[in-house]
Design a protein around this ligand. Structure first.
Ligand code: A2P
Length: 337
């Protein structure tokens, strides 16, 4: 990559935005200029990129003039309004919110799974939901050889997925409890410290939550197979970073746990961490800070004929959000700009 690009991060002061800046730096993305955008409350803040302090600017309709790439992570409303404005000015948006993911005109991309979808972008590319990203990274290689018919997944999701305010809420609640103080609940409906609740995003008409239905619909779109049946239960747990998932799959063709281990270990973005006799399996702490999706506890689903059970863990802020967005931008920069 010899060309350099004028890049913006929208939502730069947030949990994901901050990590996007770090990923651009770590992966040595070909940045010519970097613009950091947030709301009025961030006026006066500066953030570091490659050792330099960059002042945060207030997002406006003129923010995208002269830019080629914008990474958005400032909530659905901001993306809904500003992504088309950026696109109309020739600045391609990689959007981490759910605003555009199911739009048929917008590619929804996990680079290990469907990088080819980037080719048909019309100015906006959507970054999938964090829980979906790590699941499809692990399931796509199996789908290719054995065809997955059905997925049943339960998630154990870190609070950082809700943003910086939720990270602070878990910290403050744990501190309050340890100091015999009253617990304050502001971000979530229920206490998150020393608790877990099966409620992520809003409840829908069918009694699933929006997060659970994102896993159903986004999995089909990314895997390009609407016949895959998915049932999800999304659970928030008192973990700061990295989501874990217990996943049962039913395949058309029989595949053994040994074959799955061998297959996943040589697939991109994945590492098998699975040796029960030595108590080896991946945990949230093992995945945190890395970009690899870790898979363990691979075993036969003994309740059905062709089934596998596994445990999938990844850093939700990195592979589940910032890294995936930067990987998309890398392909965009290399092939399509
Ligand atoms: P700010 O910090 O100025 O409010 P998180 O997901 O961690 O809560 O972060 C959300 C990010 O989105 C923050 O950087 C926040 O900026 C930004 N943001 C939220 N609303 C807006 C908005 N209306 N315009 C620009 N940035 C916004």
């Amino acid at each position: 990559m010899s060309k350099l690009f004028d890049v913006a991060v929208v939502g730069a002061t947030g949990a994901v935005g901050n990590q996007m800046i770090a990923c651009l730096e770590e992966r040595n993305f070909p940045v010519k200029t970097l613009k950091l955008l947030a709301s009025e409350i961030s006026i006066g803040k500066k953030l570091k990129y490659k050792g330099k302090d960059i002042p945060v600017e207030v997002l406006s309709e003129n923010s995208f003039d002269g830019l080629q790439i914008a990474l958005f992570s400032a909530g659905g409303g901001t993306s809904q309004k500003f992504a088309p404005i950026a696109a109309s000015k020739g600045c391609v948006v990689v959007d981490n919110s759910s605003a555009w993911r199911m739009d048929p005109e917008v590619p929804l991309v996990v680079p290990e799974v469907n990088p080819h979808a980037i080719a048909r972008h019309k100015g906006i590319i959507a970054n999938p939901n964090c829980s979906t990203i790590q699941m499809v990274v692990a399931l796509k290689p199996i789908h290719d050889v054995a065809r997955i018919k059905r997925i049943v997944v339960s998630t154990y999701q870190a609070v950082s997925g809700t943003g910086q305010k939720a990270i602070n809420e878990l910290h403050d609640q744990v501190t309050a409890i340890m100091n015999f103080r009253e617990v304050e609940t502001k971000v979530y409906h229920r206490q998150i410290a020393f608790n877990c609740f099966p409620h992520i995003d809003v409840f829908l008409e069918n009694d699933y939550t929006k997060e659970e239905m994102k896993m159903v619909n986004e999995t089909r779109k990314i895997m390009e197979d609407d016949s895959i049946m998915v049932a999800a239960t999304a659970v928030r747990v008192p973990v700061f970073y990295s989501h874990s998932e217990a996943v049962n799959i039913e395949t058309e063709k029989k595949i053994s746990p040994a074959e799955v281990r061998e297959l996943l270990d040589r697939s991109p973005g994945l590492r098998v961490v699975d040796d029960p006799k030595d108590l080896i399996y991946p945990t949230a702490l093992d995945a945190t800070g890395g970009d690899t999706t870790l898979v363990g506890r691979i075993r036969e689903d003994i309740s059905i004929k062709n089934g596998i059970v596994m445990w999938i863990v990844a850093d939700n802020i990195r592979k589940g959000a910032a890294t995936n967005a930067v990987q998309i931008a890398e392909i965009l920069a290399e092939k399509y700009l």
